[in-house]
Design a protein around this ligand. Structure first.
Ligand code: PMM
Length: 272
């Protein structure tokens, strides 16, 4: 399956709605723990105009501990199954090949791997055999090490080169070029200033020739700017960023609340 086969809108920035079925994710942890409430939240996001629902069962926040694979599957599979039946395009936010495989069997179409294939050596070959779409996000190290690895002399060049290396490995493993999406991985092995520099220089990443997804929603660097300690209070800054990204024609944004972002994208569209 290619990105084109997902039949997503091509005339505006697409919105990926975040559905973390985890008790410890920094922004919405604990709220959608149960299957029923996660499904309900997913259905609301679809109604609000989410183009993709990104379902994750393992927190990726810096410093987080790994979740047992059975626990990860128990959290996500019932949610994937129901939302797929409801017609959602689903990405599965996982670093594990086995989880990717089971989620695709349950109806997901996209694997969103915050490790860019570095966490599970079986990931690329599994994705190649599944034939699904793959999001290669940039990071360094695992969630315990990443913040100590945010050392760059030229963050734009280094992140672009490192994503390019991940893409080459993915292609060598048999993943098709037109099935790939890339993501700069804001907040993953990056200081606040690195995130801003990457956002101001997205053309460098876009020159690789793949759709670029940006996940800035409610992240700490927005709080550093505005003083908002609570992730929920970073929503206005996130919307402002979505407007900027839509206006410059970014392929997609990964966000916690769907409707305000669809509105911001609609406003940018009228002014284009
Ligand atoms: N950020 C988080 C989790 N998954 N996936 C992609 N592709 N890009 C991101 O920036 C990203 C991600 C961490 O944020 P969360 O805990 O709010 O989901």
């Amino acid at each position: 399956m290619s990105v084109k086969d997902l039949n997503l809108p091509t005339d505006r920035t697409i919105v990926m709605g975040i559905l973390n079925v985890t008790p410890d994710s920094f922004a919405d942890g604990g709220r959608y723990q149960t299957t029923a409430s996660a499904i309900e939240r997913g259905l609301v996001m679809l109604e609000e105009g989410a183009d993709i629902i990104d379902i994750g069962g393992e927190s990726t926040r810096p410093g987080a501990d790994r979740v047992d694979v059975d626990e990860e599957l128990a959290r996500i599979l019932p949610v994937v199954t129901v939302l797929a039946k409801a017609g959602a395009i689903i990405s599965i936010d996982t670093k594990r090949a086995i989880t990717a495989e089971k989620a695709i069997s349950a109806g997901a179409q996209i694997v969103n791997d915050v490790s860019g294939g570095l966490s599970d050596s079986a990931m690329f070959s599994k994705v190649a055999s599944l034939g699904c779409v793959y999001i290669a996000m940039h990071t360094r190290g695992d969630s315990q090490q990443m913040q100590s690895m945010a050392t760059y002399s030229d963050v734009v060049r280094e992140v672009t080169e490192e994503i390019s290396q991940r893409v080459t490995s993915a292609l060598n493993a048999g993943i098709k070029r037109d099935s790939l999406i890339v993501d700069p991985g804001l907040g993953f092995a990056k200081e606040a200033e690195d995130n801003w520099t990457l956002l101001a220089n997205l053309p460098a990443l876009e020159e690789l020739g793949f759709p670029v997804l940006v996940g800035a929603s409610r992240k700490r660097f927005l709080g550093n700017l505005t003083g908002a300690q609570n992730p929920d209070d970073r929503e206005a800054a996130t919307i402002a960023l979505t407007h900027f990204l839509a206006q410059r024609g970014t392929w997609g944004v990964r966000v916690h609340s769907v409707k305000p972002h669809r509105d911001a994208i609609a406003v940018a569209g009228e002014l284009a």
